[in-house]
Design a protein around this ligand. Sequence first.
Ligand SMILES: Nc1ncnc2c1ncn2[C@@H]1O[C@H](COP(=O)(O)OP(=O)(O)OP(=O)(O)O)[C@@H](O)[C@H]1O
Length: 601
Amino acid sequence: MASPRSPLSPRPPPSPGQDDTEAWRAKFVHFYQTNAPSKAKFVNDKMMAKWKGRYKELYSNLERKYGPLGAPTSPPRPPSRPGSGRAFGGRGKRTVADLSSEFEALVNKARRECPDNKAPLDLVDAKLTAAENGLETSTFTVCARIRPKLKQDEGDEDFVCVVPGEHGRAARCLVPRVSITGRPKLDEARSELDWTWGPNADEDNIFDAVGRPLVHRALDGQVGVIFAYGQTGSGKTHTMSNLMERVVGELFKSGAAANVMRHRKISFSYCEILGSDANDCLSPSHDAVKIGEMLDGRVVLKNLSEHEVEDAAQMHALVKKAAATRSTESTARNDTSSRSHGIGIVTVAPPEGCALAGKLYVIDLAGSERAADSKDHDQQRLEETKAINISLMALKECIRARTKASRPGAARSVHIPYRRAKLTQVMKDVFDVASPRLCATVVLACVAPTARDVDHSKNTLSYAAPLKVAVEAAPHLQRDDRDPALWATTQLIEWVAETAPCTMEQAKQIVNQNTGVQFCAVSESALFARCAAAELDAKQSKKLYGALWTAVIDAKTRNRRPDGTIITEEDEAREKAEKAQALRDKAALWKEREKTLRSDF
Ligand SMILES: Nc1ncnc2c1ncn2[C@@H]1O[C@H](COP(=O)(O)OP(=O)(O)OP(=O)(O)O)[C@@H](O)[C@H]1O
């Protein structure tokens, strides 16, 4: 039976003989051009050679697949909708926005049921003693918060695609992609974190898990730092102001803490930083603050007013005043976008005899913006955006370097460029490997949940996740016998008795059955209290605390090889001598060669 033919289709060439390759080639080209034009390019020498002698068979295969000549079986594609995105291959290609409902269904299928469960309360403190190599003097707890979808997110690509991982230990960006054939698919970028709060997060749980432990660090004379970063409009200010409210409540809550506080001075300062400018948000004239370092390495914020507070109401008033003074502008993504980094500093004076004041830094970083978000900015706003991005870049560099510095043997050789930006200089305790006290840092990555911001969210999460992984993935270290964090209780007692010096009974009382790592984590004030109870004088207490921390820092900065083995002083001297000898041998060899060359000429 003759094939039905479209009245418009060209007349086919006459049927060639089985071996007439060129005639068959023309027939195939003609067939494709008529029934499947995009495939005409497949007619080439390779195809003709492969089917040589079987051209008839190939032709009937094509007819089966694409229908008889002039009557293709596959229906024509619908014409592209006006404004529905980029054109591809001559036809309209569907965009992510076109496929929103299909993507939503895919995301719902992909997000395994994850109840918005609560973070455990030991997230921060577990880090201190979790390290295999003794005490972690500076710990990082890395969390994310995915804010709920808000009215401002409505528009193109407004479906949710950033979700917490199952068990809350990961954040998943389900990145929507349209395949080349126009089908919707999701690429998953997963970031392993200490915790991820979803859109229904409870502010109290956030505070309990990452805020309260830092308040207690400050009360113990240590350093607590929490900073929120992320895209503009991702909920940093919202999160940090809720947290700050609860910090104030905790500092002044009635009960045991109040007894401690009665004898300690608490003060509050608030400083905003934009580029190299820093201002005091609590002084009437918004004075400029100078940030620098003392000879002993302490960071000072000159001209920053410190306001002593006696109760929660006073402190709430100061926090409110600082928030009102901080510069905000309306941006494409947030009506009240913070245009500076805001640093709230709570200082808790040390108890009698102790040297170090406890510090709590609550930092609300300015939001990062994509080029598209800042396209309508005037010159001044562009300069601000540039300054914000430069300091965020410096922060990223410091985090990377700090991560590297915690690898074996790297502490001395890695340069952490915290002086590069005022922001990172204020945060020196976070980055300083040889900081004289414990520092706990909480990194809170804030992200918007919708597809429109998914690339930015992915970027924000990928900035934080390596910090956690790299610190945990340090290779096994050779045991350092001089690290007090690794000593057993009996060894500690002997050391205390010898160092203070004091009797074995007094040393036993001071050590209080602690293991090495527990003893090293005891704060200065708590150790002084133990010494006083064991009837040691102030000089002995100071000597003991100083010696303990010197030993801890020496252990942290001990020279090691990349495989974790310790380079002893003798090893170092021997390697130095061997290198010097090798240089001398090389010089002698060259001298000898030069002599031979001269004599040859
Ligand atoms: N978890 C949340 N629940 C309800 N609303 C939220 C939440 N997070 C943020 N918002 C709202 O989203 C808007 C933007 O939030 P916010 O100002 O905190 O963002 P930001 O990250 O600080 O932005 P920028 O960097 O521009 O200052 C605000 O109106 C805020 O109330």
